[in-house]
Design a protein around this ligand. Structure first.
Ligand code: XMP
Length: 514
């Protein structure tokens, strides 16, 4: 989209913080995008950045095959900020000298500012910054001078004011750098002269205009799941083209308690959208009968979903576009996200819709991060419980109902899960945990209720904290909350006599049990 006038480019050299840099810039209301470090100079020119940030990265500039950008970027005349590896490559490529530091510096350091005239304006002496580097600058390139130091780094920050080139040995984008936000704002507003115009309300205007132009008089369909991404997509497209959009909601019978009703109430009754509500519960249950293997469950559910979606879409005349909730992290061609994690995620995508259906795509969230989508949802008055809903897997309760899936076992799981969520919301932990849910185990255990021996189901509670679902730690929920959840499940859900809490992290476990 070329709607944003003032843009910051983040060149990615493989740092685990690259996404964070882009988000910090956007949090300051300036639009930013991430490009791979080796992007051709024409592509960078075409993007017309008001400033460029060179990310950190795990390499050493003097090692073989070190990632280096096109040297032409230094001739663009655009202000630049190099962070950590970004600083070293700036020094290396502009005629300075970088060497392995005698003492590697990781973690907390105190900064002494030597020149607070622009980038470090308003930064206190001894301000805490976060370091993570093994190399350091030995000799400056011509035109540069030190603007801050730490006990271990005589050149913790440097600049060439005339050329508007700046660099930091530490990471202003991480929360541990106490005044990091200030430094980034100084770069954006004092040095790049950006205006803070990137706002969700203006995004709504831009995006709807864009959708309107693209769709013209064609019909658009959208698979609505009730999750935040597809909900926000539906709202945006509906705002743009009204009844030319039809949403298809497939109730696979694997949703949580009350979820299907909520979708119909919100989108059909409240927002008055054209919604096809397909009750496919029986078909899914039939297809899953006797299946216990997790990947098989996923495949059956994915296939069945596509089949039903196609059937329904086929009933609508002249459809040309499919609106989808693809997010920015899915489209970044990033150096740092090509690890094994990308492979683990691929089985999560129900996917396949566009190829099969030969529809053109409308993906209005392609430029947004998840938390921006939530803010956008709020701006568009999406109900709070959809906006802030925890991630929920496509195969739904099927992969939390370990072993065979029957209506009765789904009932037990759904009731138990509703209690987990209700109590987590009640104690105020819902937004601090990444996901919280119940899992129905494929075993029975002995208990005693009244004077009777019981032999019933076991429910596990899973609650994790995570930033992106790639790694996670079990949430340290208060014992009292766990206690209430356990006794409520055992008392209120027929067929359960034991509740356990999952205290494993990811890795080596995963968030879901299947
Ligand atoms: P795991 O269990 O791999 O989950 O640690 C990481 C995140 O992905 C979600 N997840 C899925 N999402 N289809 C999806 O759409 C799936 O098959 C699937 N499996 C896991 C999980 O809920 C967590 O947020």
């Amino acid at each position: 989209m070329q709607m944003h006038e003032e843009k910051i480019l983040v060149l990615d050299f493989g740092s685990q913080y690259t996404q964070l840099i882009a988000r910090r810039v956007r949090e300051a209301n300036v639009y930013s995008e991430i490009f791979p470090y080796n992007s051709p100079i024409e592509k960078i020119r075409e993007f017309r950045p008001k400033g460029i940030i060179l990310s950190g990265g795990p390499s050493s500039v003097y090692s073989e095959g070190a990632p280096l950008p096109d040297p032409e970027i230094f001739k663009l005349g655009v202000p630049m900020l190099g962070l950590c590896y970004g600083m070293q490559l700036m020094a290396h490529m502009l005629g300075g000298e970088v060497a392995r530091a005698q003492k590697r510096e990781y973690g907390r350091a105190e900064l002494d500012v030597d020149d607070d005239s622009d980038l470090l304006w308003g930064i206190f002496q001894k301000s805490v910054v976060w370091m993570s580097h093994g190399d350091r600058i030995e000799a400056f390139p011509p035109g540069f001078k030190t603007i801050a130091h730490t006990p271990n780094s005589p050149h913790a920050a440097m600049s060439d004011r005339a050329k508007k080139l700046y660099a930091l040995q530490f990471h202003p984008e991480v929360a541990h750098t106490v005044q990091g936000e200030r430094i980034i704002r100084n770069f954006l507003f004092e040095i790049c002269k950006c205006n803070p115009t990137w706002k969700m309300s203006s995004f709504v205007e831009w995006a709807t205009e864009d959708i309107r132009k693209k769709a013209g008089a064609s019909k658009v369909i959208c698979a609505l799941s009730g999750g935040v991404d597809s909900s926000v997509v539906a709202l945006l497209v509906h705002k743009a083209i009204g009844d030319a959009l039809t949403c298809i909601f497939v109730d696979n019978g694997l949703l949580r308690k009350g979820e299907a009703e909520k979708v119909v109430e919100t989108f059909q009754k409240h927002f008055r959208m054209k919604l096809v509500h397909v009750d496919a519960k029986k078909r899914f249950i039939e297809a899953l009968r006797g299946v216990t293997e997790p990947e098989k469950k996923r495949k059956i559910i994915g296939r069945m979903f596509i089949e039903i979606f196609e059937e329904e879409a086929g009933k609508i005349q002249n459809v040309e576009y499919l609106a989808q909730g693809t997010l920015y992290p899915d489209v970044i061609e990033s150096v740092s996200f090509k690890g094994p994690s990308a492979v683990i995620k691929s089985h999560h995508n129900v996917g396949g819709l566009p190829d099969v259906m030969k529809l053109k795509l409308i993906e209005p969230l392609r430029e947004l991060f998840k938390d921006e989508v939530r803010v956008l949802g709020e701006t568009m008055e999406l109900p709070e419980d959809i906006c802030w809903r925890h991630p929920f897997p496509g195969p739904g309760l099927a992969i939390r109902c370990l072993g065979e899936i029957t209506e009765e076992r789904l009932r037990v799981l759904r009731e138990a899960d509703a209690i987990v969520l209700e109590e987590i919301k009640k104690c105020g932990y819902y937004r601090t945990v990444w996901q919280a849910f119940a899992v129905l185990l494929p075993i029975r255990s002995v208990g005693v209720m009244g004077d009777e021996r019981t032999y019933e189901n076991v429910v596990a509670i899973r609650a994790v904290q995570s930033l992106d679902g790639m790694t996670a730690d079990w949430a340290k929920l208060p014992y009292e909350v766990l206690g209430v959840i356990s006794s409520r499940i055992i008392n209120e859900v027929r067929g359960v006599n034991r509740v356990v809490y999952d205290i494993s992290s990811k890795p080596p476990s995963t968030i879901e049990w299947e």
